[in-house]
Design a protein around this ligand. Structure first.
Ligand code: AMP
Ligand code: MG
Length: 396
């Protein structure tokens, strides 16, 4: 048995990044940049107006109401530009190129135009007002995004604006999911005595989808050693990561641990000093990562978010792979006995966190409405209302 922090340390030490692939930007969302991106063009590429108004020489405006002669226009997309000589103004629109000698743009709300004369009702006009400098956002040749940056919608907008259409990113893993349990019914089967509907596979698949992982293969094995060895072996051959659900506890019909042993997998830890999710196993075989998750749905999902999620994020190149952690005051007092750290399904509201009813490991209903987990180490087994607790925010 290892502690929570030892378990996390071991997963960090045992999870190298996946290979680097070059992908079209449009399908790279959720991947992490494996190489920095150098700006191939400056942004903006030319001096741009940030307003609809009039481009002028700022020093021409020596008093409020100064008249200037209207001398043409510059609209967005225009290449041939009128010249702004001293004493003249050029009609200009947002995003349009600012003519060479113009030094400022006055917004149209501050201008009166009649009979070809533009009166500037703004004084003084600072140099550079409403003019975006060429390269103000980024210079050509500068590092646009460093390696390790997640390809977010914002990153796509930024890169696409520089005509970057392909990026080097870490691959996403192929994940195999093994579902064990003779009591499990598939969707739509009649509910007969002793059986329950199988729910972990879709739950974990949904959790993987949150990370943009869609290459997921699900296999089912009965509670039988040979069947478990066969199914696990096939999943290990075809995937980068294998998650098993159930069958990892100490019951007579728990075969996942024995099957992994028979397959020659290395156990990096088995059992974590935590509640729920004590019988968690983390292992490896020929570079493939293995998690055996307890079958109870809430235990399974706690283990997923606390261990599997950061592992997947780390192998996909994320530098801060764990759930985001904050300290918040707890609204309700909570205490527990025993020797294990606890993870509580919780909800964050108004700068506080509330632990929800239904913390037992078979209760998944509380998870259905949770947006966070409270982490209470055994040393903090008695918390009063208002005490600060460690809160891990779930990705929603
Ligand atoms: P196990 O870890 O196999 O001992 O299972 C622990 C508990 O979780 C038992 O009550 C199982 O019926 C339940 N369970 C196991 N696998 C699943 C599953 N895929 N979906 C829903 N419940 C499950
Ligand atoms: Mg079972």
């Amino acid at each position: 048995m290892v502690t929570v922090s030892e378990a996390k340390k071991r997963i960090v030490e045992n999870t190298p990044s996946l290979p680097v692939v070059r992908l079209p930007l449009a399908v790279a969302t959720g991947h992490v940049l494996a190489e920095e991106v150098i700006a191939p063009v400056a942004l903006p590429p030319f001096r741009q107006s940030s307003m609809d108004g009039y481009a002028i020489v700022h020093s021409d405006v020596t008093e409020p109401g100064k008249p200037l002669r209207l001398a043409g226009e510059s609209k967005a997309g225009q290449a041939a530009l009128p010249v702004v000589e001293s004493g003249t103004a050029v009609r200009i629109f947002t995003g349009a190129p600012v003519p060479d000698r113009a030094t400022a743009v006055v917004m149209q709300e501050n201008v009166l135009v009649a009979d070809g004369v533009v009166r500037i009702n703004e004084y003084p006009v600072p140099e550079g007002k409403n003019v975006r400098k060429a390269g103000q956002q980024i210079a050509r040749g500068a590092v646009a995004l460093p390696a390790g940056t997640p390809v977010s919608p914002g990153a796509i907008g930024f890169l696409k604006g520089m005509d970057v259409n392909e990026v080097a990113v870490y691959a996403k893993p192929r994940v195999g999911l093994l579902v064990t349990g003779d009591e499990l019914l598939k969707a739509g089967e009649p509910l007969v005595p002793g059986k329950i509907y199988e729910s972990n596979s879709d739950m974990l698949k949904a959790a993987l989808a949150q990370l943009g992982i869609s290459q997921v293969t699900i296999s089912y094995a009965s509670d039988d050693l040979e069947a478990t060895i066969g199914a696990l072996g096939r999943l290990l051959d075809a995937n980068d990561v294998v998650l098993a659900s159930g069958g990892i506890s100490v019951g007579d019909y728990d075969f996942v641990g024995k099957a992994l042993e028979a397959l020659g997998a290395e156990t990096i830890f088995y059992k974590v000093r935590q509640k729920p999710g004590k019988p968690l196993l983390f292992g490896k075989k020929e570079g493939k990562i293995i998690f055996a998750l307890p079958g109870n749905p809430a235990s399974s999902l706690v283990c997923y978010y606390e261990y599997v999620f950061p592992t997947l994020r780390k192998i996909m190149g994320n530098k801060e792979p764990f759930l985001r952690s904050v300290k918040l005051p707890i609204r309700n007092a909570y205490q527990f006995g025993g020797e294990r750290d606890e993870f509580l399904k919780a909800k964050v509201a108004d700068g506080e966190v509330v632990s929800l009813d239904g913390q037992e490991s078979f209760v998944i209903g509380s998870f259905a409405v949770a947006d966070a987990l409270i982490y209470l180490p055994v040393e903090q087994n008695q918390v009063a209302a208002g005490d600060l607790v460690e809160v891990h925010l779930l990705p929603l």
